[in-house]
Design a protein around this ligand. Sequence first.
Ligand SMILES: [Zn+2]
Length: 233
Amino acid sequence: MEIKITLVCPDCVGQSIKKNGIKSSGKQNYCCKDCGRQFIGDHALDYKGARSDINHRIEFMLVRGVGIRDVAEIEGVSIRKVLSVLTKSKKNILPKESHYDNLEVDEFWTYVGKKERKLWLVYAYHRETGEIVAWVWGKRNYTTAKRLRKKIEDLGVSFDTIYTDDWNSFIKAFSNDVHIIGKTNTVGIEGNNCRLRHRIRRCFRKTCCFSKKLINHIKAFRLAFFYINYGYI
Ligand SMILES: [Zn+2]
């Protein structure tokens, strides 16, 4: 019986691989001819947290509503590993358009550490394309609403109409814009709020999962926003 294993470089995904001696553990060591990366191949690993596709798998689970502990258990890696992938994730999110016909704006309640430590997500959403265009974190007040208005401007985004509910801070923050108030126009963003509550474990309703650290909280949302906007992770 002959079993063939195709090896690719975990760094550059190149396929020109050569054997490069035996490790002290007795395992065959390989070397990438293109970038010089040395590795022993996924098939020979003892610790699953070192697999070449593990970081991607963890990120994918995190944006599909799987909690930290569940990911660790399912993948056979440590909780530390999962958290490290989360905190090291770098997703650059930029608006896809410079002008939108309309944007829906709403606030979304979350917390970090304990329920009393509320952290509001205030964000702008484009219903037709399902894109999260801009967002800020803060208290549920006028300052945060104003910061979102400024963020939209700083991102170089313009819009014809803004839709919000009748929260007073929105009325003040968007006073110089064409602003239409009413729940009927914010159906899109309400639907997206629901999507966030399904996709990010720490903001599920009635869950015991929550963010202990602010950085984890923000990273978990950024990861999900990237997945929602671009459709992949
Ligand atoms: Zn390589």
